[in-house]
Design a protein around this ligand. Structure first.
Ligand code: G6P
Length: 612
């Protein structure tokens, strides 16, 4: 969701802002804008609907020559993505310029109050109201910092903001409530951002703002405070982030790069966490809550989108191998249905970004009700990672493509490790079965490599079906959530309508859609569900649907029933969703690129949804 950047230091700020915006564009890309305090203390701004590239090509860069500036790339909440609604926003007198991520919920009542005071507005955004509220207080107090603080005590909702003031051109003020904001402390310069990706090129020393905090940043340093004006001391945290990891590295798209990184990302998830000699699984981050995990009466898994799908696989794993009742909840629903939670429950929160607003809110609600909260998060130092009782990082590395790929498979691997750790300690898994799993685990990276090598097969199938208008994905057991995720990947990036279903459930509705134009992807590994899946395939075939079967290497029988076959190596059932997801990621990728879609930045989506 919206990206924020800011720069104050000795360099010309514009190139830093533009580079930062490009790095953050995966978070939102409806429109973009920058505002810079020039050497003559005038503030010059440019903003435009569309991508950062379009913004850049539109204006004369020589006009923005100061070393204090802010920028924004937007994912629209209030108001359509047009030039006027783009950030930065400013007041009529062009004194305050502000970029905002989040939602100001009481913006209408503030707008009414400001209108009565003679303020006028040009955009449809809540962010412009906040900007004018700061200006309103500035007119009364003649102090930028006080004005921001007073404005923030009046607003309800969420925000990450960066703002500058023409009358006080030596500073940028930033604040946070529910939307990520941080700044990198370099030598004689500070780089502000909502995401470390825009900072790491300049410094690895980062200060994360907590909710209710704000910072006044000058060329010579910064002051961190609460919005109640209490001073805060905080050391910068060193972040380990390799710039090469957030570049495309020769691939045409981040999504393709990230799909192809999975042999390594999966290995990074389990590296150092399994002793292959003793068979013991140890997750350092969960040691403090291990007793809770072993005595829990119930597990609840929550998350959004792809993370929720990972949770569904987790439910199969935890119930089958740990024998603990497990429920999976959409984070967006969880807290609104007065959930019955108690201190014997463990709530797992899965989130790639660690910033998804609904997942964060669900986590807080679970905590409030007394449950133990455990994060399964990718982005190190993110809000969810910081606020859970304990957690495990999935270590998938930065994921930039909006459609999640390697983070999903690493979430599955993390869930498998948690399952094995609990099952071992509770004695709910047979030693033989565990040995077999660990043997399979060691072979997974190579099996993923074999899948990647066969990308031509998926490309061929994609070419055949790129013009289809609908798709159905069917699977059973562990592979039912894989079907859901396969369908989600396809619709996200190709805009083809797709649905995932448990294969048998298909008879209760979706079968009505089957005709010779309907491709149906069956996830049909040779496991205990195989014969049943074959019956479901027959049911579709009888109605002339086109069958694309994902089958195990060596399964020749399935040829009789299928129009197209995608072969996947066999593995233990607990890891099958990891392997089976990858060809489906490729299939979506190739279909979307064949249709000319922008796979890294699909329309209307954002990588990290930091509003409810
Ligand atoms: C957005 C992204 C999805 C992601 C979901 C949850 O919708 O486009 O790819 O699965 O948010 O994000 P999280 O960062 O919490 O995993």
């Amino acid at each position: 969701m919206c990206g924020i950047v800011g720069y104050i230091g000795k360099r010309n700020s514009l190139p830093v802002l533009l580079e930062g915006l490009k790095r953050l564009e995966y978070r939102g890309y409806d429109s973009a804008g920058v505002a810079v305090i020039n050497s003559d203390s005038d503030i010059i701004f440019f903003k435009k609907a569309g991508k950062v590239k379009e913004l850049e090509s539109e204006f004369n860069k020589d006009l923005l020559n100061g070393n204090v500036g802010i920028g924004h790339t937007r994912w629209a909440t209030h108001g359509e993505p047009n030039d006027t609604n783009a950030h930065p926003h400013f007041d009529e007198g062009r004194n305050i310029f502000l970029v905002h991520n989040g939602i100001i919920e009481n913006y209408l009542s503030i707008k009414k109050k400001l209108s009565l005071e003679g303020f006028s507005f040009t955009s449809d955004t809540d962010s412009e109201i906040l900007t004018n509220l700061v200006e309103y207080h500035f007119r009364h107090k003649n102090d930028f910092e006080v004005a921001v603080r007073m404005a923030l005590t009046e607003v309800e909702g969420t925000y990450g903001i960066a703002c500058i003031c023409k009358a006080e051109p030596d500073k940028i003020i930033v604040a946070r409530m529910g939307s990520p904001l941080m700044f990198g402390v370099g030598i004689d310069e500070t780089i502000i951002s909502s995401d470390a990706a825009a900072i790491v090129n300049y410094t690895k020393n980062v200060i994360y703002l907590e909710d209710g905090e704000f910072a006044v940043i000058r060329k010579g340093g910064f002051q961190l405070k609460t919005i109640k004006d209490e001073h805060i001391m905080r050391e910068a945290q060193r972040i380990e982030y390799d710039l090469a990891e957030i570049e495309k590295g020769g691939f045409e798209h981040f999504m393709l790069k990230e799909i192809c990184e999975q042999p390594e990302s999966i290995q990074n998830t389990y590296r150092g966490r399994i002793n292959f000699d003793t068979g013991l699984v140890k997750l350092g981050g969960l040691e403090t809550v291990k007793d809770k995990l072993l005595s829990a009466k119930r597990f609840i898994i929550t998350g959004c989108g792809t993370a929720w799908h990972a949770g569904l696989v987790g439910e199969y794993m935890l119930e089958r191998y740990c024998r603990v009742p497990t429920e999976v909840e959409y984070a967006s629903e969880f807290r609104y249905r007065q959930p019955i939670i108690n201190s014997d429950d463990v709530v797992f929160v899965i989130s790639q970004s660690g910033e998804t607003a609904d997942s964060l809110a669900a986590m807080k609600e679970a905590k409030r009700l007394g449950a133990t909260t455990v994060g399964i998060v990718n982005v190190v130092g993110s809000t969810i990672a910081r606020e859970v009782d304990a957690g495990t990082y999935i270590h998938a590395g930065p994921e930039i493509g909006v459609a999640s790929t390697k983070a999903f498979t690493s979430q599955l691997m993390s869930l498998a490790l948690i399952t094995l750790m609990i099952a071992q300690n509770k004695g709910t898994i047979k030693e033989r079965e565990l040995d077999e799993m660990l043997r399979e685990l060691k072979m997974l990276p190579d099996k993923i490599r074999q899948i990647i090598e066969k990308h031509k097969e998926y490309e061929f199938v994609a070419e055949e079906f790129k013009d289809s208008r609908n798709f159905l994905y069917l699977g059973r057991g562990f592979n039912f959530p894989v079907a859901l995720e396969g369908a989600l990947k396809l619709k996200e990036i190709s805009y083809i309508h797709a649905e995932g279903y448990p294969a048998a459930e298909m008879k209760h509705g979706p079968i009505a859609l089957i005709d010779e134009n309907m491709p149906v992807v069956f996830i049909a590994p040779k496991d205990s569900t195989y014969d049943k899946i074959i019956s479901n395939i027959e049911e579709i075939k009888a109605r002339k649907g086109k069958i694309i079967a994902l089958a195990n290497d060596g399964d020749e029988d399935i040829k009789r029933y299928s129009d197209y076959i995608i072969h996947v190596p066999r593995t233990a059932p607990i890891f099958a969703p990891i392997l089976n997801s990858i060809p489906l990621q490729f299939l979506s990728y190739f279909i979307a690129t064949a249709r000319g879609c922008n796979v890294d930045q699909p329309r209307n989506l954002a990588k990290s949804v930091t509003v409810e």
